[in-house]
Design a protein around this ligand. Structure first.
Ligand SMILES: C[C@@]1(CC(=O)O)c2cc3[nH]c(cc4nc(cc5[nH]c(cc(n2)[C@H]1CCC(=O)O)[C@@](C)(CC(=O)O)[C@@H]5CCC(=O)O)C(CC(=O)O)=C4CCC(=O)O)c(CCC(=O)O)c3CC(=O)O
Ligand SMILES: NC(=O)C1=CN([C@@H]2O[C@H](COP(=O)(O)OP(=O)(O)OC[C@H]3O[C@@H](n4cnc5c(N)ncnc54)[C@H](O)[C@@H]3O)[C@@H](O)[C@H]2O)C=CC1
Length: 194
């Protein structure tokens, strides 16, 4: 069973094998999360592709490349190779995803919507990535960028409430109440106490 948790990825070493469409997307996802990312591509593809924030190496995969790696994504179009990478990672306790094998993957890449401190993640565990995309689109409209701004003020007000020395029950009541306030009111209240 897959558990949705938010992992701190800063500084972790990630290895992506295959620098095609899917591989470069995976690599950028890791890089944006602060990982140190290496992408292995066949030497024939050499310097064809640059992937922002990633170290692209025109080298074949070998299990030695897994040294020091925390998380791995096998994204080649070679099914047998992807399966070998999964075996090698599992033998070493490294978390692994295979782009062509949801059943053997330790984790999935969901569709992610970020609005400031709000993270919404959608996944159908491979049943229908198209449906995932559709649901994510709906959520993007339902939760516009302004939600991130709201959260910024809620965080300030929450900090204040938790430090105001009142009984816990009263604080909780207020925390629930302000969560329903519109942006303007939150902003006003947060700026008033600043
Ligand atoms: C298991 C998983 C990978 C993992 O994480 O391990 C996986 C597996 C596979 N996808 C395939 C196909 C497609 N994937 C997409 C799109 C996305 N796929 C994504 C995730 C995942 N895809 C994971 C499960 C997530 C879940 O189920 O919720 C998203 C969310 C994130 C991302 O990839 O970055 C991104 C949407 C991002 C967004 O826009 O929000 C589209 C649609 C499109 O591109 O428009 C198609 C074609 C239409 C279709 O098939 O529906 C195939 C067949 C490949 C083949 O034919 O060879 C496989 C392999 C298999 O099924 O075996
Ligand atoms: N969202 C998802 O998870 C999706 C997954 N897939 C799966 O992902 C895999 C890759 O798909 P794409 O990136 O679209 O294909 P692609 O053809 O764009 O890229 C495949 C890459 O694998 C590389 N490759 C092939 N053999 C290799 C080897 N021995 N060593 C290193 N690299 C090697 C190729 O050079 C190429 O760069 C496929 O298995 C496909 O079934 C495909 C579409 C969506």
């Amino acid at each position: 069973m897959k558990l949705p948790i938010l992992l701190e990825m800063d500084g972790l070493k990630a290895l992506v094998i295959g620098g095609g469409n899917v591989g470069s997307r995976r690599a950028q996802t890791f890089a944006q999360a602060g990982c140190r990312v290496t992408v292995l591509t066949p030497s024939s593809e050499g310097n064809q592709r640059e992937i922002p924030g990633c170290c692209v190496q025109a080298q074949p995969y070998s299990a030695e490349q897994l040294e020091g790696v925390s998380i791995c994504a096998a994204a080649t179009s070679d099914h047998a190779l992807n399966a070998q990478i999964v075996d090698d990672c599992k033998a070493r306790g490294i978390l692994v995803n295979a782009a062509d094998d949801p059943d053997r993957s330790d984790y999935f890449f969901p569709s992610v919507i970020r609005r400031g401190d709000l993270t919404i993640s959608v996944c159908t565990e491979g049943a229908s990535p198209s449906m995932t995309r559709e649901i994510a689109e709906t959520l993007r409209e339902q939760y516009p960028e302004s939600v991130g701004e709201k959260l910024k003020y809620l965080k300030i007000l929450r900090g204040r409430i938790l430090n105001d020395g009142r009984p816990k029950a009263e604080q909780r009541r207020d925390l629930k109440r302000i969560a329903g306030w519109p942006l303007e009111r939150l902003k006003e209240e947060a700026e008033r106490g600043a």
